[in-house]
Design a protein around this ligand. Structure first.
Ligand SMILES: C[S@@+](CC[C@H](N)C(=O)[O-])C[C@H]1O[C@@H](n2cnc3c(N)ncnc32)[C@H](O)[C@@H]1O
Length: 284
């Protein structure tokens, strides 16, 4: 939080865009240290997240504008709200702890819930719909690409065999039936990678990221900064490659390698263990 607030501190009055405003924690940290002339546009696809960030950021009054929108459409959303350039932009990818633990949408393998997994429950097919309709090779690809799952093919076969899958318990049972017990990972739950991969597919998270990065870069004011926190190697690769390409022209990477959490941070918040923060600055 402190590192993000420091790296992305707006150095002039203007707009900050938080493309994943979530519970509003980063937004609050950025606004607290910014001059009063700095305003924030916060986007989230999850209406429940917006209700929470609205409450958390209420004391900033009309300095905060919230929008129910995907960062996939960050340029159009900025235009709608009269934002032409941004001093800083943040994308903190994935799901929040609140979504994992309290949304009852089946993001977690630890509780028995319907297999929904949509970040925006007003749109698109659910995880259950997707698992009903994808072919075995498509499922294998998703589990491999988005989950780095070494047993992707077996798990895909078990899912197809056990359809329809309606609850998180059904999906956990399919994974457990596919992976022999001695091959279960030591530090992770055996279904962790499958759940992550299916969630990323339901929400087309890598697709949204690919579309958002060039738009976000173009929205930056001169010396404006874009920061992206990724929790998954595939997403971090997208950020790394896009930043490398952009830094051939009007941008520069803020630091040569990504920032990762300290041991203390991981102890306090184990979910941070795979986080990587990369930053890009507009130089022209
Ligand atoms: C890790 S949380 C962000 C937490 C936030 N930085 C905070 O301090 O509370 C990720 C958030 O991004 C949202 N999200 C995921 N994909 C999105 C997208 N394509 N567009 C907008 N929001 C998205 C999720 O709904 C979730 O609330």
């Amino acid at each position: 939080m402190d590192e993000v607030a420091f790296l992305l501190r707006p150095r002039r009055e203007g707009w900050v865009i938080d493309g994943t405003v979530g519970m509003g924690g980063h937004a609050e940290a950025l606004l607290q240290t910014a001059p009063v002339g700095v305003r924030l546009l916060g986007l989230d696809t999850d209406p429940e997240a917006l209700t929470r960030s609205h409450a958390r950021l209420a004391s900033f009054g009309d300095r905060v504008t919230l929008a129910h929108a995907s960062f996939r459409d960050v340029a159009a959303t900025a235009t709608t709200h009269g934002v032409r350039k941004a001093e800083s932009i943040l994308l903190d990818l994935g799901v929040s702890s609140q979504q994992l633990e309290e949304s009852a949408r089946g993001f977690s393998f630890q509780v028995d819930e319907p297999l929904d997994m949509r970040l925006d429950p007003t749109a698109g097919p659910t995880a259950s719909d997707l698992l009903d309709t994808l072919s075995e090779p498509e499922l294998t690809r998703i589990l491999t690409e988005y989950g780095d799952e070494p047993h992707a093919r077996r798990i895909a076969r078990a899912i197809v065999r056990r359809r329809p899958l309606r609850t998180t318990t059904d999906l956990v049972a399919a994974v457990k039936s596919a992976v022999p017990r001695p091959a279960w990972p030591k530090r992770l739950h055996v279904a962790t990678r499958t759940f992550q991969a299916i969630r990323m597919a339901v929400n087309d998270e890598p697709g949204a990221l690919r579309q958002a990065l060039p738009q976000a870069a173009s929205l930056l004011a001169p010396r404006g900064r874009l920061g992206v926190i990724a929790f998954h190697s595939g997403e971090d690769r997208i950020v790394k490659r896009t930043f490398r390409e952009l830094s051939r022209a009007d941008y520069a990477e803020i630091e040569p390698s990504p920032r990762v959490p300290t041991d203390d941070e991981v102890r306090a918040n184990p979910r941070a263990r795979s986080a990587k923060l990369r930053g890009l600055e507009r130089i022209q």
